[in-house]
Design a protein around this ligand. Structure first.
Ligand code: ADP
Ligand code: MG
Length: 258
């Protein structure tokens, strides 16, 4: 295949800031210390209903990108919009509300509250937001195949089941976007496959938007598009990625010197 490097920094003309996009990043930069730039200006627009995988070698800035996009960290420069709304400053009450109601999170660890039942864990984002649950916990649990498990405690579940509960919790508010950082990283192959199938289904059946960080080419191959980061820059993107293509790109990136 004829491969061409495509610069995806400031040169990429993405339409930003519209409600048609679940997420837009406009010049998002993150410098942890003077001279320690984890993200160079990133321009990215993620349309609603898309499953995007973010890949790249360890330390290339994947988690930083996700944390800035999700309002868990503040970019040094640039703006982030979720569903057309610019993220307010960190620590503002408006940001907490926006995160709780319009963003879903799935991490490598499920972070379920051990003292709450499965249904209570799933309801938590609604309850914390002052909303009535209205059977949404059960619908979200049914969507991940755990409709009968609401009364169970997390310690009675397998790791894969816990991660499915975490997905139900992420989807229960019908957020604009779900961010998943290595959601299959702590799972065996069968449970990982289930999690990826659920994320794919959330996009295809329910129109959700998912941005997933992964180092696994097979996981990324389930996405509509894969983005590759290297040293804090977006250096490659591929629509309808296949695992073999992804492995080749990762190998190419590995061999590239600055
Ligand atoms: P990845 O998720 O791709 O492994 P990260 O986003 O975690 O990469 O890190 C990108 C770079 O930023 C790395 O060089 C890392 O050491 C640095 N970094 C990440 N978090 C911090 C932090 N809180 N303080 C200082 N440097 C950090
Ligand atoms: Mg990371």
């Amino acid at each position: 295949m004829n491969r061409q490097w495509r610069g995806l920094g400031t040169a990429t003309a993405e339409r930003t800031g519209t409600r048609h996009h679940a997420l837009t990043l406009d010049g998002v930069t993150r410098e942890y210390r003077p001279g320690a730039v984890a993200l160079h200006p990133i321009h990215l627009a993620v349309p609603r209903g898309r499953f995007l995988a973010v890949m790249g070698p360890p330390g290339c800035g994947k988690s930083t990108l996700l944390r800035c996009a999700a309002g868990l960290d503040r970019p040094t420069a640039g703006t982030v919009r979720i569903g057309g709304t610019e993220l307010p400053p960190l620590n503002a009450a408006a940001l907490t509300r926006l995160r709780r109601e319009r963003i879903g999170f799935v991490f490598q660890e499920h972070h379920l509250v051990p003292s709450l039942s499965v249904a209570e864990n799933v309801s938590l984002p609604l309850v914390l937001g002052g909303h009535s649950v209205d059977g949404r916990d059960l619908r979200a649990l049914t969507a991940v195949g755990l409709g009968d498990w609401g009364g169970t405690m997390p310690h009675e579940l397998s790791g894969g089941q816990c991660q499915r509960v975490a997905i139900a919790r992420a989807l229960v508010t019908s957020p604009d976007i779900v961010f998943a950082d290595e959601p299959t990283g702590a799972l065996g192959p069968a449970a990982a496959e289930e999690v990826l199938t659920l994320l794919r289904q959330a996009v295809d059946r329910d129109g959700h938007t998912v941005v997933m960080v992964t180092h696994d080419p097979f996981a990324a191959a389930r996405a509509d598009e894969a983005l590759f980061l290297m040293r804090g820059k977006l250096v490659w993107r591929q629509e309808r990625p296949e695992a073999a293509d992804i492995r080749r790109v990762l190998k190419d990136l590995d061999g590239r010197t600055p």
